[in-house]
Every structure is written in C-alpha cells, then in structure tokens.
Design a protein around this ligand. Structure first.
Ligand code: PMP
Length: 429
C-alpha cells in the first residue's frame, strides 16, 4: 500500500504490483511488449459487468440500475415508431457529432434543466458519458499534464485517461489550505461529479461549487462536470449544476464558458441505449468531434433514433419518479442491514442520492483489496477503494451499490459481506 501522505500530491509514480486487482500480464512472453499504460491498469469494471449477470452472485459492486425496472414496453414501442419515422437512416452511418434532431432535443432539454442558452452547436452525442470522457482526454491531455480530480474519483475516468498518462492533484472542495487556485493553475482541467459522486455519494454544497468556478475562472482552466446521477435524489433535489451557476453569471448569448457538462440516459432510462452527451462551448464541441471521428466514425444511429423518440415521449420524467422511489427503499434497506451487521468495522454517511454507499474501515486491520477475495468466496462483490485512486493509494474503504438488487437481496448481500469480514479478520488480519 502506498502511504496516504504520498497520495496527497501530483506525479505519484506507480508500482503496479502494489495494488489489486491488477491485470495478469505475462512478463515471460517474447512478443513485443504491450504499451506501458496497461501495467498501471486493472480490469475491475469488466469483472463487475460480468458478475452482474451471474445468478448465484450478489453484486454490490457495479453501478448498474435495476434491470426489472427498465421501461421495456415504452422502449419497445419507441423503437417501432423510431424505425417508422427514420426508416433506413437509422441503419446508416451518421454525422460524427450525432443525429441532428437528437442534438436539438438535448440542447432544448439542457437549456430548460440547466437554465442556459444552448443550441445543437453546443452538443455532441457520444456512446454514453464514458465516450465523452475518453474523447475529452484525447482533446485535453498531453502526457504529464495535470488533472485536478476528487480523491477518490470515478474509476471510468481514470481508465479513460490512463493511456494518456496524466498526473493528478486532489480536488479539495473546501479549499482548507487556500491552494485551490494554484492547484488549478498547474492543470488543464478539473474533473468533478458534484451530484451524488461516484464512489462517495457526496452532494457538494452550492457554496463550494461557486468557489470552484471562481478559482477555475481565475486559473483559466476547463471545468469538466460529470452528472449522471442528478435525477436520482432521495432526500430533496440536487444542488444547481456547475453549468447552471456558470450560465447565471453570463449574459444572454450562446454558451461560451469553461464548463463541459456530461449527461447520459444510462441511469435515468437504460445503459444499453449507450446514449450520452457533452454540452460545451461550440469550439470545444468541434474539437471533440475530431477526436470522436477517430474513435468510432459514427455513433449508433439506431440507438440515437430510439433515444430521440424516448425524449419526444418524455419517458425520463415518469420513469424517474418510479425508480427514485424504488431506489430510496433499497438504499434504506442496505443501510439498515449494514447498521446491524457492519458498523463494528465500517462507518459511512447515508447518501442523499445516486447509487452508492462509501464505507470507510474503522478497523485499521482491514485492507479491502484482500477483503474483496474473501467476499468473492462468499459470492458477494463490492468495489475496493484502491481502484478509485489513480495510484491505488488507499485500500481502507469500499463502495457498495444499492440499486441493482431488491431489498431482500441487498440484505443477504450485506450478511454475506459480514461473514467475509469475520472470516478475513479471524484468518488473515
Ligand atoms: N461518469 C460517472 C460518474 C459514472 O458513474 C458513469 C457510469 N458508471 C459514467 C460516467 C458512464 O456512464 P455511461 O457511459 O453509461 O453514460
């Protein structure tokens, strides 16, 4: 384990042997070596997508919505109507930046939701928010460039940028040392998930968002706001988006500020659509389009046509009411069971939204990278904290998901986890 003091600042060199789970790369092969970034990677996300489909496993790991709640009938009907409307155009390659009608629809929705003035020139449609992260890396990160991010941060963003070899500085929202502006000055952009963050579930207060925007403006850096969980609020609405706060300070013209806002239909409708978007200054959208061209030529026109129809039908609003009430019940079920069975070893805050509870070990003997192996033997999965740090720095916490399973399953998952902790501490700590 890398000590937490080493974890504090930028340019940490990584010994890939120091954290788990890592890739199994055969060093004795006499073929040309794989690129260096693979040695600093892990396949945790691939593991969770696979575990999500195993019947005897309870996954508290992935960030997956509840499959039984997907609006299957509405999507079936939208698909038929989209095909009738778009005909063979839905089966063609399309414009790199996305189906024009969908870009328009997103621009209109975002103008209303975020209280800004956006046109389709401010929108690029991507294969989930994940592809937006990847192409932003291509457009902004040269090797060694610094990115300011929350610590811990979304593993998918770290994965998206790993091959570009950036360095990282932790984002201290409260700016306790008064160093945020100078930290930002060293960087190209700041990356944040202020609404029910992945992995911590934290909802960042408005005052801290305002301070970040002021520092970013002073430092002249881009602000990447990733907002997949905004609709999943259980105890009152989310705080205003960074994009909304930035638009409030502008005149009435088209958006030309530093915020790049990422949205997705993955959590509010279904991830299988693979429809997300970036909303930004039009010149940034042009750069992202160049980067996307070399990633996939064109996104799926079929998915985009269906997504367009779903937005016309306004499926999102009614569907979100349903899932928010189910997810609140699941969150409460998981937290109640955890209070009964895990509180001796872990502490956490009940998240006001999103999909995750972030549990920090009270017991210093607990290494969640090791606990992960015991949990797998009990047929339950969680995500160990190390993967949410660019250099695997901290292995004393874990992320639990509460949206995928029904309450009874979540309770059973927590009981299995408690058994895993007990066995781990009896045998190995
Ligand atoms: N950003 C964050 C913070 C996420 O949690 C996720 C999904 N786990 C994504 C982006 C990617 O979502 P998608 O590609 O499905 O839109």
């Amino acid at each position: 384990m890398i000590s937490s003091s080493r974890a504090m600042r930028c340019a940490v060199s990584v010994d890939p042997g120091e954290f788990m789970p890592q890739l199994d790369i055969d060093p004795s092969s006499n073929r040309p070596a794989y690129a260096r970034w693979l040695r600093h990677s892990n396949d945790i996300t691939q593991q969770f997508l696979a575990i999500g489909g195993m019947a005897d496993f309870i996954s508290l790991g992935g960030g997956l919505p509840a499959a039984e709640l997907y609006p299957l009938k509405a999507i079936q009907s939208a698909t038929e109507r989209a095909l009738s409307h778009w005909g063979t155009q839905a089966l063609e390659y399309g414009p790199v930046e996305g189906l024009p009608a969908l870009r328009d629809a997103i621009a209109q929705r975002m103008s209303k939701r975020l209280k800004g003035r956006f046109t389709s020139d401010n929108v690029i449609i991507t294969s989930g928010a994940m592809q937006s992260l990847e192409i932003i890396g291509k457009v902004l990160i040269d090797r060694g460039d610094c990115v300011v991010t929350q610590h811990p941060t979304y593993v998918g963003a770290l994965d998206a940028w790993r091959a570009r070899e950036p360095t990282y500085v932790p984002l201290d929202w409260r700016d306790r040392q008064g160093t945020l502006c100078s930290d930002l000055r060293q960087s190209k952009f700041v990356y944040a998930v202020p609404n029910y963050s992945n992995p911590t579930g934290v909802l960042v207060p408005t005052s801290e968002r305002v301070h970040l925007l002021a520092c970013a403006a002073r430092a002249g850096v881009w602000v990447l706001e990733d907002d997949p969980y905004c609709a999943l609020h259980y105890d009152g609405p989310a705080e205003p988006a960074l994009m909304t706060l930035d638009c409030a300070g502008l005149g009435g013209g088209a958006y030309a500020g530093p915020v790049i806002y990422l949205g997705t239909l993955s959590k509010s409708i279904a991830p299988g659509l693979r429809v997300g978007w970036a909303l930004a200054d039009a010149s940034m959208i042009r750069m992202l389009t160049l980067a996307k061209m070399a990633s996939d030529l064109s996104g799926s026109m079929f998915s985009q046509a269906v997504a367009w129809q779903l937005l016309q039908d306004d499926i999102e609003s009614s569907h979100c009411v349903r899932i928010v009430s189910a997810y609140r019940e699941r969150r409460d079920a998981l937290c109640a069971q955890a209070r009964a069975e895990l509180s001796e070893w872990f502490e956490w805050e009940v998240p006001p939204g999103g999909m995750f509870v972030w549990m920090r070990a009270r017991d210093p003997r607990i290494d969640t990278d090791v606990l992960y192996r015991f949990a797998k033997e009990e047929k339950v999965a969680f995500v160990p904290s190390s993967v949410f740090y660019h250099a695997g720095q901290l292995n004393n916490a874990m992320r639990l998901n509460f949206t995928r399973g029904a309450p009874a399953q979540l309770r059973e998952g927590v009981s299995r986890l408690a058994r895993a902790v007990r066995r781990y501490l009896n045998n190995h700590a």
